[in-house]
Design a protein. Structure first.
Lengths: 642, 237
């Protein structure tokens, strides 16, 4: 019959527009879509219909949900049902079974009246073979391509366009910026070196061993000539090795400019030697990288460093979102962005506290400004509440004690006030240096941790978790290190304490039901939103914290903790990789969500409306949530209830 | 024009296609499970609703096999009306006068449709109206009428509501609408392009699938069960 002209060669518009709206079909041309649509069947399954049964159902078609939704679950011999997933409109069922040629590996049942398009298995397999996007989409839940697509989608659809699109921090590698290598032997005179710099018109020279030209031992810069030679009246005939800085800090030539910039900002070293294949090929300077872009984090960084008044910092702190926004546009990943935010915030804090010290006079005792919670983990987004404390050296006598208490009370009061004016809101839980409880000498801090660890009160512990993520923000980092060492020694293998932490972690339910509600949400009545921070990210943070404490890992950043756990083989590669991706993707989603709120003039929050997510974003989030289940099962094995 | 009317064939000698189709249903067994029948869900577009004067201008149909809509075998065509009023066609339907002028005449199109529905049950929304015009057309150009049993989705909807709401005695409550669009919204069917015979047929097919599977889940296994439960169909139109 199909040969007849009126047996239509054009697929119904309804079917084609459906395929056009879903991944990865939306990448296909119209002719292919029409062809695919014409090979489909449509079926209807009333609510409660079983579609697949594990190990029994042979999968003859790819099911694409047009209306309704299904749940995926497994059932053990005792009949205990574990829910694995909910899938709604635009989602698929059966792809892996078809690709692998296996029977169904999940039970599938409709939770709504459901209409599906059924694409014959052979046609689907052809698509997977011929369209690389199909293989990528269906084969790996977190294949790089999908991740990249997701990030692109986030960047281009959620962040509004602005000029200055042509930024290069994330595409240019430092190897491409390196200028011709200029060197001088370390036994040459300062004057000879300066003459060479003038001749080559460069601001720095690498210094090499006179015996071995390949052996770079240091670097001299314009600044050295100015500060160490001219200003100090040094003899120009001395060898350059007397003023050089060595050994020289290096970066790999394939490093991205962004990473190099981070390194420069974190270390305050502005000239780095670039290494390729074990050989130094040249120098890259902060100036070289700055030239790449206008709205650079580096300009802001320099302005913060050069600021002479505290009130001048207020306005600079407000410019951080603008810089971050540029980074997101350029395609920075969440891990990089939060690092950059942390560095910029740290510099604001550092500059502000140094100026405050100038104003109030030197502190009577060495102290360390501690950062807690997300600041401690270097995971702030925009406008994170202040979570800070002061840790000072133990006073030797009563007089010192009184002086310290008086000084730090005033110091903390002013500091917190300035931070508020910089745009960092007060902590509603009063975890701030102004709270006398959190402005204490080392011995008291040790006793706090000792109590939390050795006699844990679950209620109190719940509020104390953020203290375990402390790090030094300014001042004597040695004090923070000592506290960390003490904490690690106390916490390791303290099973009751870790048990409570682990159980608290697992108390956060996996937000899969978010998607269930999303499926049944028909007309936007249920304003069902996802709290991406508490439901999505916190489980990862908690998991990493429990294991870091258990195994004595000092890192506080969640991604760094996960990496350290993997490096020490406490978690396997697969789990590390999925957790890393899932966490970073959610961070990204959160950042972009907040950025777009701020651009609309609102206050940033963590509530994501599912209706604003694309299919791909939903899918990625869902994949991320399933990772939480795996984290929990690791914790559950370590700290079983019974 | 004369061959269109073909008077020789419409007195007692229906066209062979119609005879063959009729044979399929002589010993028609209603007691087989629903999945064993083939259904053709169809929709017609007309020049108007006057049963005497108006004619078919478009037929759209989709096949339901194994209780699934088979998008690979659809039927869609325009028909050049014998009395054409060019202003009328565009009013309701998205059919342009050009499309109708270049369309084939009924005598060409209809036999292909009869071949397409050979041996299948017909399904339509308010099917009697479609059947009236289809039978009028087959009598005209093929000398006989269609023997295919039919199922009316509008009657199915009424039956389904009666069963669900328990209103066995209250026939056709006037408060509810039974138009295709309203039913589609009520049962959350996907949206379709309106006033296109093929899209309307497809929308009817979704509705048909919805009801028949709901009925089946309720224990109505054979075609006879369906016919009896809601008096949703008929053997002759």
């Amino acid at each position: 019959m199909e040969q007849n002209s009126d047996v239509h060669v054009v697929a119904p518009e309804m079917a084609v527009s459906f395929f056009r709206s879903i991944l990865p079909f939306n990448g296909l041309d119209d002719a292919t879509l029409h062809d695919i649509a014409r090979h489909c069947r449509v079926d209807f399954y009333p609510k409660g219909t079983r579609l697949f049964t594990v190990g029994e159902t042979e999968i003859t078609h790819l099911y694409l949900i047009q209306r309704g939704g299904v749940k995926a679950f497994i059932e053990d011999e005792q009949g205990v049902v574990t829910l694995k997933d909910f899938r709604g409109e635009g989602d698929y069922i059966g792809a892996l079974g078809i690709i692998r040629g296996t029977l169904a590996n999940l039970n599938i049942e409709t939770v709504e009246d459901t209409f599906c398009f059924l694409l014959p298995r052979e046609i689907f397999l052809n698509l997977v073979e011929q369209q690389s996007s199909f293989a990528h989409y269906y084969l790996k839940s977190f294949s790089e391509k999908v991740v990249a697509t997701a990030y692109n989608e986030l960047r281009y659809h959620k962040v509004s366009k602005r000029s200055g699109d042509d930024l290069y921090l994330f595409s240019v590698r430092v190897g491409d910026l390196v200028k011709k290598l200029r060197k001088v032997a370390s036994d040459r005179s300062i004057q000879e070196a300066a003459a060479a710099m003038a001749e080559y018109r460069v601001g720095s020279l690498l210094v090499h061993d006179p015996e071995d030209e390949e052996n770079v031992v240091g670097i001299i810069t314009d600044r050295d000539l100015r500060g160490k030679v001219v200003a100090a009246g040094l003899d120009y005939q001395l060898p350059v090795k007397t003023i050089m800085t060595g050994p020289v800090q290096t970066v790999l030539s394939q490093a991205l400019c962004f990473d190099v910039l981070l390194k420069m900002m974190a270390t305050s070293i502005h000239h780095l030697a670039v290494e390729r294949g074990g050989k130094i090929i040249g120098v890259v300077t902060s100036h070289d990288i700055m030239l790449l872009q206008g709205h650079s984090p580096y300009y802001l960084f320099k302005e913060i460093r050069g600021q002479q008044t505290i009130s001048g910092l207020y306005i600079l702190a407000q410019r951080i979102p603008e810089v971050i926004r540029g980074l997101i546009r350029e395609g920075a990943k969440a891990g990089n962005i939060t690092q950059m935010i942390a560095i910029l915030n740290d510099h604001i804090l550092e500059r502000m506290l140094s100026l405050l010290e100038d104003e109030l006079g030197s502190p009577p005792l060495a102290y360390c400004w501690l950062l807690m919670g997300s600041e401690g983990r270097r995971e702030q987004t925009f406008k994170t509440d202040q979570d800070n404390a002061i840790l000072y050296a133990d006073p030797e006598n009563e007089d010192q004690k009184e002086k310290a208490e008086a000084y730090f009370k005033v110091f903390a009061g002013k500091a917190i006030d300035h931070l508020v004016k910089c745009g960092y809101p007060l902590c509603p839980g009063e975890i701030m240096a102004t709270n006398p409880k959190w402005c204490q000498p080392l011995s008291v801090w040790k006793s706090y941790f000792s109590t939390w660890i050795n006699a844990p009160d679950p209620e109190e512990l719940l509020n104390a978790t953020i203290f375990f993520d402390f790090r030094s923000g300014f001042g004597d980092a040695g004090l923070a290190r000592e506290l960390r060492t003490y904490l690690n020694a106390q916490a390791r293998q303290k099973d009751i304490f870790l048990f409570h932490l682990a159980r608290q972690c697992m108390a956060t339910r996996i937000p899969l039901s978010f998607f269930k509600n999303f499926i049944v949400n028909r007309d936007g009545e249920h304003k069902n939103q996802l709290d991406i921070k508490h439901q999505g990210l916190t489980p990862f943070v908690n998991f990493a914290r429990v294991l870091a404490l258990k195994f004595g890992i000092s890192e506080t950043n969640t991604l760094a903790r996960l990496k350290a756990l993997y490096d020490a083989e406490f978690i396997n590669r697969e789990l590390w990789a999925s957790a890393n991706d899932a966490y970073e993707l959610q961070m990204q989603q959160r950042l972009i969500h907040q950025l777009s709120q701020m651009e609309k003039g609102g206050m940033p929050d963590n509530h994501i409306n599912p209706e604003q997510l694309t299919d791909l974003e939903k899918r990625m989030l869902k994949d991320a949530f399933t990772v939480i289940e795996r984290l929990y099962s690791v914790l559950d094995k370590m700290y079983p209830v019974a | 024009m004369m061959n269109l009317l073909n008077p020789g064939s419409w007195f007692g000698h229906p066209a062979p296609l119609l005879q063959a189709n009729k044979k399929c249903f002589i010993n028609f067994d209603q007691r087989r499970p629903l999945g064993e029948y083939t259904f053709v869900v169809c929709d017609t577009e007309l020049t108007g609703l006057n049963k005497k004067k108006d004619e078919l201008i478009s037929i759209g149909a989709v096949m339901v096999r194994d209780l699934q809509i088979d998008l690979s075998s659809m039927f869609h065509c325009f028909i050049r009306p014998m009395n054409m009023d060019p202003t009328q066609a565009t009013l309701v339907h998205r059919i342009t006068p050009e499309q109708l002028e270049t369309a084939e005449p009924l005598s060409e199109v209809l036999p292909r449709f009869v071949e397409y529905i050979h041996g299948s049950l017909l399904v339509g929304h308010h099917l009697p109206l479609d059947m009236h015009f289809l039978n009028k057309a087959t009598r005209l150009v093929m000398g006989g009428t269609l023997s295919n049993p039919g199922v009316d989705t509008m009657r199915m909807a009424q039956g389904y509501k009666r069963v669900r709401l328990g209103h066995y005695h209250e026939h056709n409550p006037r408060t509810t609408s039974y138009t295709l669009d309203d039913l589609g919204r009520e049962y959350r069917l996907p949206e379709f392009k309106p006033h296109d015979a093929l899209e309307d047929a497809l929308q009817t097919a979704y509705l048909f699938l919805y009801f028949i599977k709901k009925f089946r889940k309720g224990g109505l296994i054979t075609l006879k069960d369906i016919f009896q439960s809601g008096r949703v169909g008929s053997f002759r139109y």
